[in-house]
Structure formats: structure tokens, C-alpha cells
Design a protein around this ligand. Sequence first.
Ligand code: PLP
Length: 390
Amino acid sequence: ISDSLKRIKPSPTIAVTQKARELRAAGKDVISLGAGEPDFDTPDNIKEAAIKAIKDGETKYTAVDGTSDLKKAIVDKFKRENNLDYSVEQISAGTGGKQIIFNAILATVNPGDEVIIPAPYWVSYPDIVLLAGGTPKIVKCSERNNFKITPDELKKNITKKTKWIIINSPSNPTGSGYTRKELEALGEVLKKNKNVFILSDDIYEHITYDDFKFFTIAQIKELKDRTLTMNGVSKSYAMTGWRIGYGAGPKDIIKAMAKLQSQSTTNPSSISQAAAVEALNGTQDFIKTRAKSFKERRDFVVKYLNSINGLSCLKPNGAFYVFPNCKKLLGTKLKTDKEFVEKLLEEALVAVVQGSAFGLDGYFRISYATSMDNLKKALERIKSFCESLS
Ligand code: PLP
């Protein structure tokens, strides 16, 4: 096993989902709140586009980083939804947003380069940086600021070696979203530090609540040339298994990413690309209905968690996660959030992920992308479990 692989660990969120699957296979009535995927099905118009692609013989290799139809659909999406102008040479499609991030980091990071990652973070960012030989510069963000990095914190952590900062809004695992004003304030710091590139992970763009208005940092014109915006169809269109993600940004980075992809996966699945074209160009009506259903679940989960002694939970702006604080329940019986979630799974048969897996101790992540019935049952179990600790 190579030294570079020894630097990384398997994804803890995938590990929890796998453990829950095994327990269920062994006959245990486990409720999994660990998975990061919508419980809805892929809409029919998208499935039909994929079936048509198969029947029409779209079953061969495609251009490395996306068919011209898909790239054009992505260009149109950025114009329509974000008022951003890109040419097709500035677009890259890959096997999931994860491959886009992977390509971007591997194509640009040299040993010793630093990547600023605000914590709590999506679990894959630091490991991808480590694999590339870079140094993740983890900045722990306070619950008081809704787990978001402040301009001061950003400024203090930029060095000559900083290559990227990764911004994820709305965030996995907290659901917190950066407002336009907050991004502009971070933008002021970034404008002065021209060596820093910005990787904006917008995968939860369409799952937002209340009056939160999605804004992406590439909309700040002075920063657009240094920003790689990553997005994908997994979450917005319930297409996690189809594996299509995309990025838009500087031509030289996009070209380098294609070179890397040409020597790894060649191209994302031709059928999935045809499905993604329909996702982006077809009706967007269901997005709002689904976000409404997520919002009802969010409201229920946040209220319930805050009624449990020893837990407290902020109300997120988006995504389908909450990140409750369980510090008051840690002490002699259970020392860490990891022990807390392990016991919760063993004794109460509820699978969640410890905050430390996301870089912030004393919390855990719940994914509420599951039915209300499941959520009710799971929260009753979490409540009895927490009561048993005090
Ligand atoms: N970014 C974030 C914050 C995520 O939560 C995920 C998936 O969980 C991804 C990127 C990657 O998604 P995919 O590879 O399915 O497009």
C-alpha cells in the first residue's frame, strides 16, 4: 500500500451507512440517519431521457469531460440560475461532484501547498488534499457564528503557501448557508490575497429554506477568475447513483482536470450524462415541492432535538442535515462524540455520524432525508437514550 494512501482514511459517513446496512441485514431494526442522499426518487422525465439514450445507442465513450450537450446545459444553468457567463471550455463534467473536487485538487496542489478548510467540513476535503500531498489547514468555526468562517479567521490563516479555500454553502454537515453579505466580506479578504483560489461547493444550492437567498462567490466579479464552482445533479435532482457532477472555472485548471480524468475514469457514463442534460434543461418544478417537504422535516427535527435535555440544535438554512450539540451529555459515561454515536447505534439502533468526523468535536450529524415516520421513531429513541445518560 502506497505512502500516499496511508495518509487517508475511508469516508466515515459511508462507513456508518455500511454498518447500519449490516445490522439491518442481521435482522436489527436500525434507523439510519447517516446517509447524505435524498430519499426521493429520480423524476420520471430524467429516467426516460436515460432510457432514450440507451435505445438511441448513446452507449460509447464520450468526450473526456462531458458531451457538448451536457456542457451547453451546464453553461445555460449558470446563466439562468446564477447570472454567470462561462464558455464551454470553462466547464468540466465528471463522475460526481466528488470527482470534480478530486480532479481540481490533484491537478493543482503541490506538496507543501495549503488548503484552508473551515470546520465542520464535508469529510472528503481533507483526505483529498492529503492524497495530493498538500496540507489541509483546518479552521474550527464557532457555533456562535453558525459554524461559518469569519473574515478575520480567514485572514489569519492565509499564508504564502495557501492555494485554495473551500467554501461549502449550504453546508454538509451543518446546513448553514453564507449570505451574500457574508461572502462579500470574505471576498474583501480574498481580493487582497491574489494567490488564493476559491473552490465553491454549491451542491446543496437548491435545498434552501425560509427567506435564505442562495449566492455563490463567483458572482463577485473580481473573484470569478480565481473561482472553481462545483455543483452536480446528485442532491437537487435525487440522482446520487447516476454520478454526475460538474465544475466551472479558469480554463487552465479545467484543462488540467481533463488531462487527469483522461488517465483515470475517461468520461462519466454516457447514459448518466444524457439524464443530466434533461435534469438541467427540463422542468424544475419538483425542486420547490421537495424543498418544502425537507423544510417540514427540518422544523420537526430541530424542535424535537431542542426539547431533549442535554442537546441543543441550530436551525439550518439549507441542505438536509442538522448538527446538534451533545457536549452536555459527554462526561464520565461517554467521553467523546464518537462513543456517543457508537452507543446510540448499539443501544438505540439509530445511526448518526459523530461531529469529530467533520472536524468538530462535541456534535453529531443527523441526515433528515428520510420519512417523517422514521424521523419520529428515531427521535423518540434518541430522547430515551439521552435520558438514560443523565
Ligand atoms: N460536496 C458535498 C458537500 C457533499 O455533501 C457531497 C455528497 O455527499 C458532494 C460534494 C459530492 O456529491 P456527488 O459526488 O454525489 O456529486
